[in-house]
Design a protein around this ligand. Sequence first.
Ligand code: SF4
Ligand code: MSK
Length: 635
Amino acid sequence: MERSMDRGTNLAIENAKALGLSTVWDRYEAQLPQCGFGETGLCCRNCMQGPCRISPFEDGPQRGVCGADADVMVARGLMRAVAAGTASHGGHAKHMAHTLLMVAKGQTGDYRITDTEKLKAVAERIGVEVNGASIEDIARGVALKALEEFSEKDSPLIWAGTTITQGRIERFSKLGVIPTGIDSVVSESMHRSTYGVDADPVNLLLGTIKCALADYASCHLATDLADILFGTPSPVKTAANLGVLKTEAVNIALHGHNPLLSEMIVQAAGSDDLKIMAREAGASEGINLVGVCCTGNEVMMRHGIPMATSSVSQESILLTGALDAIVVDYQCIMPALSSIAECLHTEIITTMPIAKISGAMHIEFDEAHALEKAREIIKAGIEAFKKRDPSRVKIPDISSPAVVGFSAEAIINALSTINSEDPLKPLIDNIVEGNIYGVCLFAGCNTVKIPQDRNYIAMIKELAKRNVLILATGCASGAFARHGFMSPEAVDGYAGEGLKTILKAIGESAGLGGPLPLVLHMGSCVDNTRAADVAVAIANKLGTDIDRLPVVASAPEPVTEKALAIGTWAVAAGLPTHVGVVPPVTGSRTVTEVLTSSVKELLGGWFIVEPDPMKAVEALYQALTERRKALGLKL
Ligand code: SF4
Ligand code: MSK
């Protein structure tokens, strides 16, 4: 089976073969055929009377030992997956909030408030007094309110209630799915899906939506606090693919999710003594930082650090033989990195007490001494460089230029160069006229189950040709950036006439010296809420709700439980949401029917499950057309 559409990844796979090493694709093939019960969600291990399996055929068992049927089993499994995704984003967000509180209390000298305007805007939105208060007091107020979001309260989550439309709030209230605590809803989801609690599939699905809305709140919170601490992104030039590694530099990859760690490493890498140390070790070009996955997105959009690769191909960067260290925090880090590193000189450096990998070096990160720890990590990279075997270095000469960093604020700024009084007007006018037929947010991962990037490439070519404006986050951004779709140059090659005209007009008026890129990079996975902010602003301005706008979402190659959580809140927000891998729900007719059809009546959004990229384009385009028709817009 074809493994990747990325030439850089394919060359790295060749290196793996030559070295006798296995990659994620070999391990996937060794798993085939995968278990049909697991694939359809018909396997339960929620108690020790199991594992129980339900036969998809009539002649086998139709209930587990406790009596749970297929619908209950599948709905409970989905709820647990969404709870795990929410716990991950929640952990990330809580980490940010604790650090912001440390900054406000003066307990760390290494972090500071970078974007005071955003701090004030968030404070005002969530009801923290700004007038007459010092920056530290405002930061303390915001951090404390953020931390309060995690435990059970007697009021809705502020980060959900203050960032969505009134229409959504009313729908969620009617359905009883408004979350009142991020950690508490995760805990509630684990409780109600355990042995002998909730046995009503529809009730379980409503609980899953409630949990996903807590995921939305934690993502939004994480994005807000990252901007406050490290700055709100604005467009910056960079490059992507394995060719961003340098033979003559100490190459250090930043992988994982939370910018709290990577920002400090970026800062430390700029210090003269470490640069000299790298040169003295023989690296004439000093220290070269590159990004992977969502940490890669965070440092790419704030500092222009190039993106080497993304999720499924994370081993490839080691297989170049030129990576000296890879430093990780948490989420989406394959344990396999450590086995690959055993045969190469690369130092795998874990940093979080909750995310160690056996065989890796552990340098525990500590926000009170963040810069010192970052320097220690870089020094470990320089030491590893000394052990590099030059005869094994094979860096594919492949990289694509990209312009990244389109936060909601950056988009509004660019639009305000056309209409400073009413920045959204040019965007709305072009949607009305059909120059922009609709908007599609691409999110999510790469998976072994689809040749890497195949769906992204096929879908963007077709959607851009049909004048759909493309936004991207997470590893979707990595895919587009590695293939050159995140560059202004791609506009002429792929955009339809209407889209081309508007991207050129905005780019030139915003002083970018050319069009906006074909894909607007909005950041990491938690930054999907940046796209939601734009949709909410448009809906509010038009006095309507998100479920009426010609906006859709797609995760064409999803992997993680986090992707399921995000997909579920995208549906709850009212978006037709495509997934290109069939999630483990097809064992239940009820669950499948609710998610792909009847949820539309309740929330306006629904899941489109379609592995074929061209059929997915047709389904998304049809959804955009239906909405344009309903609004009376030009077709
Ligand atoms: Fe089997 Fe029910 Fe236990 Fe699940 S909870 S393992 S279905 S007995
Ligand atoms: S890193 S969740 S593989 S997008 Fe956010 Fe990429 Fe998916 Fe992880």
